[in-house]
Design a protein around this ligand. Sequence first.
Ligand code: NAP
Length: 341
Amino acid sequence: MTKPKIALIIGVTSQDGSYLSDFLLEKGYQVVGTIRRSTSTHQPNIEHLKGKIILEAADLVDQSSIDNLIIKYQPDEVYNLGSQSVPADSWSHPFYTAEVTAIGPLRVFESVRRFCPNAHVYQATSREIFGGVEGIEHANESTPIKANNPYGIAKAYAHMLVEVYRKSYDMFVCAGILFNHESPRRSLHFVTRKISMGVACIKLGIKNPPVNEIGEPLIDAEGKLHLGDLSAVRDWGYSKEYVEAMWLMLQQPTPKDYVIGTDTSYSIKDACKAAFDHVGLNWEDHVISDTKLLRPTEITAMKGDYSLAKKELGWQPRTFMKELMEIMVDSDIKLLKKENK
Ligand code: NAP
């Protein structure tokens, strides 16, 4: 019997990490996923994976914790999904964001270079590296990097290292430049999940809604859902599909970076309309823009041109914003009904 391939997923509790685990288990991989040491054992995204994958404690701020796993498992593939991943929080936590999201990947690359140099490595770059680029509607792999928030700058640093490690050490390292991707496993710090959870709470008349990223109830006493800039525009795809692209990148004969997106874009208002329409409500009766939730700088509107991924990986998106919001609303209604039984 051939030995299964070993995949190390750094940040397995992420929405992408949990879908990637599902995908790799289907393909027969042995999956090792890192979790952070924490007093909480509440990890909803990976509850269904317990017993199927190996969980190990590691932290991107601790070189030895990464080294130990690379040495112990000698993984065939390493997926670095760990990150301080909330752009809005990167203003309040700029040092921590740099430490985890910029220097963290450097620790991973160094560890692989020293202890397992033949591993294929995936680095989770973000379209936020283009956040300050003006006048380009469709971003591709040649779009100039110009980040305009601490998160985007940290991701840009790690992204540029990918090429440096490829060229300097002949390592197989790829960056996926992913546009926003969402799912029912998205954290409540992100707008699409706030919308889907908000719709579910309003529809079901939930009296104790979860709190948002600033610790306030998602729905206020007047029954309103508070969001930031409603005119902000994003290219939204489905996380479950985007993890397939990550795997495909690591199966290619040569390492390369790829843009992954849907090449469509919608405003927050559009997403609200799709989600509230789905349950027969008018979004304008329920949503307000709250200045406390505005970012100091907004990224420019852009669509992810995935034509290289389509040509070379055979990957293309299948789920677009409206259907995605409907999937998320249905999932949150189901979740709240179960919790409030
Ligand atoms: P996510 O759900 O926000 O999860 C982030 C992950 O990083 C969690 O597993 C978290 O662990 C882990 N993490 C945080 N700090 C860490 C540390 N110091 N050491 C090790 N792990 C740490 O992420 P996602 O949305 O699935 O995205 C996955 C990756 O793609 C992230 O790097 C993100 O920045 C990037 N990305 C995401 C998008 C998107 O739209 N979703 C777009 C482009 C790029 P805990 O559970 O312990 O907090």
